[in-house]
Design a protein around this ligand. Structure first.
Ligand code: ZN
Length: 436
């Protein structure tokens, strides 16, 4: 991290141009220098039971002497904040007024919050900072929440259709007369405890730090120069949990839980693109989560910003074209191979960290897991969370052009109660032509 002291200075631009008054960076302080280790920063003891001893994660830029983490708040939006500051619209020393921003629903702390290896990609003490870190706030430490909890109503065409067709009932409690669903929403920023991340990936912490530093073009020098800083707030997307019913019931293994862990797919989720099953599976998940809540259980949808298997939309669209233009057309038999040819890997989502959110919410048992992904299932169960039933997407919800993806996934080991195609049968599952 580099801190810039701004001051009004006269800058002599190139020879022959006028002297102009400019607000320019005159002095740059590298926090990777050893003299940037301040005694005013509070140590983070990841996994400590008492939040005061665990210590708040302080990644605010304004008081650099208090910082005890690499990176800064707001995930990927940290870059937009920088642009806003650069344009002069955003005051660099802004300290948020957090009055009335507290969570709408309380939950935890759960045992999982203080097992150091259990949650490593988010901060379980990231909400309720007034309660957990009040003393530090009073002393003037600029602590930002990394988790926020609010209430909402979902108005979704597929849900209205489910009600009209009699699959879902208006109960005035979970589903309103207006056919909306009442939910609790939890937004979670990424906070990475690097030793725990390395352990889960089965590599040395130093190796992880080095590769993160290199692959971001050297964005955070402290990754390699400040081994004393163990926490990174990476500039990546956040995660949102939608809870149907009582949020505290998520931690009670006796209460039926229906859960979908969903990875972002903007094309399908938002725009209804028919090449995959993402939106149909998501809305099916919402419908089932609602039904379970209405029966006295609880529903949970967790939405991860991992567009295109964490390869991004550009790569994803390149793969679509490569699939449809290949000899013989788009086929289930070559689905994963084409992705690997373009992206270098079939999948970059690292489901290893996905269960952290489930552990944060206290989940111990999932009665109905609405996912066919073996990677998600394995990550959840190897993390000590029990899965009772796995539920595949109903066949009638799969768009025709998405059959290629669906059959390829089943052939690759995704969960299904139905037939797994091989050989010619798999090759013969074809998608639309590129210009159709
Ligand atoms: Zn999709």
């Amino acid at each position: 991290m580099i801190f810039i002291n701004q001051s009004e200075t006269k800058m002599n631009k190139d020879k022959g141009t006028n002297m102009t008054e400019h607000k320019k960076a005159s002095h740059v302080v590298l926090t990777s220098h050893s003299n940037q280790i301040f005694k005013e920063s509070i140590p983070i003891n990841w996994g400590e039971k008492d939040p005061k001893k665990r210590g708040p994660v302080i990644a605010t830029i304004s008081e650099k002497e208090n910082r005890n983490a690499i990176g800064s708040h707001s995930g990927s939006y940290t870059v937009y904040r920088a642009l806003s500051i650069a344009s002069g619209a955003f005051p660099q020393d802004h300290k948020p007024d957090l009055h009335n921003t507290e969570v709408t629903n309380k939950f935890g702390p759960y045992d999982s919050w203080y097992e150091p290896d259990r949650i490593v990609s988010m901060d379980p003490w990231g909400a309720n900072i007034k309660e957990y870190f009040g003393e530090y706030l009073e002393k003037g430490y600029n602590i930002h929440p990394t988790v926020a909890v609010t209430q909402a109503r979902l108005s979704i065409p597929e849900i209205k259709e489910a009600i009209d067709k009699g699959r879902l009932q208006v109960d005035g409690k979970i589903v309103t007369q207006a056919k909306d669903i009442k939910v609790t929403k939890v937004a979670i920023e990424p906070v990475w405890f690097l030793p725990g991340m390395a352990k889960r990936l089965n590599i040395e912490e130093g190796e992880l730090r080095k590769i993160l530093f290199q692959e971001t073009g050297g964005m955070f020098p402290e990754l390699v120069t400040r081994p004393d800083l163990k926490v990174l707030l990476p500039p990546i997307g956040s995660t949102t949990a939608y809870i149907f019913g009582n949020i505290e019931d998520l931690a009670n293994p006796e209460v039926e839980l229906t859960c979908r862990v969903h990875d972002e797919c903007n094309g399908s989720d938002v725009f209804g693109s028919d090449i995959c099953t993402c939106r149909p599976y998501l809305t099916h998940g919402i419908e089932e989560a609602t039904k379970t809540a209405q029966k006295g259980g609880v529903g949970l949808i967790v939405y991860y910003r991992k567009e295109g298997r964490s390869l991004g939309e550009v790569t994803k669209f390149l793969v679509y074209n490569a699939r449809k233009r290949q000899e013989g057309g788009d086929s289930a038999a070559t689905y994963f191979h084409r992705t690997e040819c373009v992206a270098g890997v079939q999948d970059a989502r690292f489901q290893e960290f996905m269960p952290d959110v489930l552990n944060y919410l206290g989940v111990k048992r999932i009665h109905n897991l609405l996912s066919m992904s073996d990677m998600k299932y394995n990550a959840i169960t190897s993390n000590g969370i029990e899965v009772v039933n796995r539920v595949s997407i109903p066949e009638d919800l799969i768009p025709q052009d998405a059959m290629v993806e669906m059959e390829a996934k089943k052939a690759a080991g995704y969960f299904t109660e139905g037939e797994v195609k091989t050989g010619d049968k798999l090759t013969n599952v074809k998608g639309r032509e590129i210009e159709e």
